[in-house]
Design a binder for this molecule. Sequence first.
Ligand code: GLN
Length: 202
Amino acid sequence: MSQPGPLIGVLSLQGDVREHARSIERAGARAVAVGSEAVLSGVQGLVIPGGESTTMSKLALADGLMEPLRDARRAGLPMYGSCAGMIMLADQIEDARPDQEAIGGIDMVVRRNAFGRQVDSFEIDVDVPALGSAAFPAVFIRAPWVESVGPDVEVLARVNRGGDEGTIVAVRQGALLATAFHPELTGDDRIHGMFVQMVSSR
Ligand code: GLN
């Protein structure tokens, strides 16, 4: 019998929780929805889905989850944030609402709704060298982008918007992973697989 994989939580305040849980399971781990501190304390990794980071911030504060999430992150719990989840893991947010709070942890500046000024949502193939040579089908929905990163942040993918070196859309720092796009909507589980690996190797 094969070993059961690690137990990975999906923060269930908002967003496409079920899709992430399915991707996590296809990538070889077990998934559980996390809506309370008690469940959070039992997981070995946490996915923070897309949605709306201002709403997620409000709900996390109202439910008393913001501090436990920050504590878990400081204690080294691996976290993967997609889209709004990426914003939640950023140390600095541009275009944030004044009362918006985040978990933080990745030394980067993200800009909310950055692509949205040009087009609300789109899908493009993105090269993610750490995942191999096949491009990743990336779905962006009112997505943020990463404006700058600190020295300890590994850039995993960029999107080329003509000529320049490209806009950063996927990063990793220590136990934290973040993408501006939504891999849970594509059926390509390689990003979730990378996260399961990060959780398993700790
Ligand atoms: N624009 C959203 C925000 O600021 C993110 C969109 C998404 O997660 N699809 O939180």
